[in-house]
Design a protein around this ligand. Structure first.
Ligand code: AMP
Ligand code: ZN
Length: 332
């Protein structure tokens, strides 16, 4: 096989594009897809301070690498979920990447900052483990970005993730979720802008990119994900893709271009500050504070004046910011 761009021997085949690439041309191809995604949807402006949510997996590390390569000012954010060895190794990998590039990794530990970890929340609360994990991630990403003064949060969701999510939402006609399925969620009061610059890049492509760039990443899936419905949708999409390459991209990109606007009106909720933590929510307490109270067996009360005074006097930040020199130098 020859490279589509330069005719030298190819190392990666991309069936969906009916193309193969040599190493430099493949890296160029991925970079171009991300550059175009950013330009098309105005995902990131050149002057923006970006916070990349880094799980230690191939997608988010590839994304961090790509954004740095494209010249953006991008710090990483690692959230310790407390999932045993898996989390320990994920944190190490994220710290090692930050060190190797001389960039900043912000770290938040769920147990230390909020008093519970994901396995405990899965056992004790009424939500599934994956639901409470997803909820905690969204909450902490937003809070860390607000407190760190970042303009945009970038996550490593790829084409496969987004197509699987769309399939799940479509099967149940969860139109209010479909309304928010976009590579760009603009900023709103209390919410930092969220972007998914890899939404046009498949999982195989991000894996090949990470491999060819020599990025060390955690290969194992989260051990708690077994039987997860998202995983089943991914498998179903993979079967369809196997039979007709390009199906995933047609499904997702076709939706974004032609159908997403139909559901835009479903995304309507009046928000006000959570009485516990101040983050915006449609109810009295935000979903994170409700889940946390349930897991800790506490009754949800509004923040007291005493707590408020305590917080402002000590300036408690939920995130510790590790500068380049300190990354990895602290116990995890
Ligand atoms: P997931 O929800 O595990 O499919 O991950 C989706 C995206 O969320 C990843 O690509 C990362 O950008 C981000 N992410 C997942 N887990 C973490 C974590 N522990 N810390 C920081 N970011 C994460
Ligand atoms: Zn709250």
């Amino acid at each position: 096989m020859k490279c589509r761009r330069c005719r030298r021997p190819a190392v990666v085949e991309v069936r969906r594009h009916n193309a193969a690439f040599c190493r430099p041309c493949f890296l160029h191809h991925v970079r171009e897809q991300v550059r175009r995604a950013i330009a098309r949807h105005d995902l990131i402006r050149p002057e923006d301070r970006v916070l990349v949510a880094v799980s230690g997996g191939k997608d988010s590390l590839a994304l961090w690498d790509l954004l740095l390569e494209l010249g953006y000012e991008a710090d990483g954010l690692y959230l310790g979920l407390g999932i045993g060895e898996y989390s320990a190794r994920s944190g190490e990998v994220a710290r090692a990447f930050a060190r190797s590039r001389g960039v900043t990794l912000v770290e938040v530990d769920l147990a230390r900052e909020y008093g519970f970890d994901v396995p405990t929340a899965g056992r004790r609360g009424s939500r599934s483990t994956c639901a409470v994990c997803g909820l905690s991630k969204r909450y902490v990403f937003n809070r860390a970005a607000l407190e760190g003064g970042y303009d945009v949060i970038a996550t490593g969701h790829n084409l496969d993730d987004e197509a699987a999510t769309l399939l799940g939402n479509t099967l149940r006609w969860q139109t209010e979720y479909m309304a928010r399925q976009s590579p760009l969620l603009p900023s709103e009061p209390g919410f930092v802008k969220k972007v998914k610059p890899l939404y046009r890049v498949s999982e195989l492509e991000t894996a090949a990119y990470a491999f060819l760039r020599g990025i060390d990443y955690v290969v194992e899936e989260c051990p708690l994900v077994a039987g997860n419905t998202q995983l089943r949708y991914k498998q179903a999409m993979n079967q369809l893709e196997q039979a007709s390459p390009g199906t995933k991209a047609q499904f997702l990109l076709g939706y974004l271009e032609r159908a997403a606007a139909l559901f835009a009106a479903e995304d309507r909720s009046e928000l006000r500050p959570c009485e516990r933590c101040g983050q915006p929510t449609p109810g009295r307490f935000c979903a994170f504070c409700r889940a946390r109270a349930q897991v800790l067996g506490e009754r949800l009360e509004p923040v007291t004046d005493r707590e408020l005074a305590h917080e402002s006097s000590e300036e408690v930040l939920p995130a510790e910011v590790y500068g380049p020199a300190a990354v990895g130098g602290r116990p995890s």
